[in-house]
Design a protein around this ligand. Structure first.
Ligand code: F6P
Length: 300
């Protein structure tokens, strides 16, 4: 939209898309409100190409831009898509359940080495400021400790869980850490300094931090760290996400036909609804702490 490059979404382009992940347009992480006259160029390109509506598919950044453009008069409908599942107003964003399934499979595979080699293996998963992937994958994959941004951790408490397991003869453990998990009173661990055009730091490294802290406190524990990274965001989506994306797509077209711009399609219960973009942007859906507490009763 900023550069005025377009792909007609005809049958030839769309055929065979269901099993594909990613974006056929290319995802830019560009903030048009940061780069000079980006927003005005969008409005100009839209009008010059006779585009009647824009369907913005993405997470908090894409939808934040979509909201601002709608306020400037652009007819926009939003579709919630992010593995982070952190958007208010919708129970699920598409991509999330696929990421959970991949992280869960990773946990199943990591159990093999953890058990055979008597190790503590830490799996670091994405999710940015929320622990949705870590919590759901951790529960499904039988993690012994789950660390999420919503509940800053004490490394001593983590070690206590490991000690309890050792006392019960469990000489291996699996820890799932969300990339945004942080020690109490501390900050998220970042991979590099600086922020992107939306002001986000690049998280990464909390798994290694935890591994080293555990090794400092135990002579008899060998740790290994796996950072799942973009593996959990790529490849073929699971059936749930394919169905959800299809339902969102149809609901988005319905909103366009009804002229209901400035709204985002959403799923609540199992029902397609829509919510105003203004109620979505600038907020964050954090994990259900009741569910976290239930999971935590099984730690250690
Ligand atoms: O927002 C989706 C997400 O995958 C986050 O979970 C993660 O922190 C970030 O994007 C990674 O972004 P990038 O691919 O730009 O490194």
């Amino acid at each position: 939209l900023v550069q005025g490059e377009f792909i007609p979404l005809d049958l030839k382009t769309l055929v065979g898309m269901l099993p594909k992940g990613g974006s056929i347009l290319g995802t830019s992480r560009t903030n048009p409100f940061k780069s000079g006259d980006g927003a005005n160029r969008i409005l100009k390109n839209v009008s010059e190409h006779d585009i009647e509506a824009v369907i913005a598919i993405g997470g908090e950044d894409t939808l934040g831009v979509a909201y601002k453009l709608n306020e400037m008069g652009l007819p926009v409908v939003g579709v919630p898509k992010t593995i982070d599942n952190d958007l208010i107003g919708t129970d699920y964003t598409f991509g999330f359940q696929t990421a959970v399934a991949i992280a869960c499979e990773a946990l199943d595979r990591l159990h093999t080495t953890a058990e055979s080699h008597h190790r503590v293996i830490i799996l670091e998963v994405m999710g940015r400021y929320t622990g949705w992937i870590a919590l759901e994958a951790g529960i499904a994959g039988g993690a012994d400790v789950i660390l999420i941004p919503e509940k800053p951790f004490e490394i001593e408490e983590v070690c206590e869980c490991l000690r309890k397991r050792q006392k019960r003869g469990r000489n291996f453990s699996i820890i799932v850490a969300a990339e945004g998990a942080k020690p109490k009173g501390g900050k998220e661990i970042v991979y590099s300094s600086g922020v992107d055009e939306f002001g986000h730091a690049r998280f990464g490294g909390v798994g290694y931090y935890i591994g080293k802290e555990i090794e400092k406190r135990f002579e008899n524990i060998d740790t290994r760290v796996v950072v799942l990274g973009h593996l959990q965001r790529g490849g073929s989506p699971i059936a749930f996400d394919r169905v959800l994306a299809t339902r969102f797509g149809i609901a988005a077209i319905d909103l366009v036909h009804e002229g209901r711009f400035g709204e985002m399609v959403a799923i609540q219960g199992n029902t397609m609804v829509s919510v105003p973009l203004k109620d979505v942007v600038g907020k964050r859906k954090t994990v259900d702490l009741n569910l976290y507490e239930i999971a935590a009763t099984f730690f250690g």
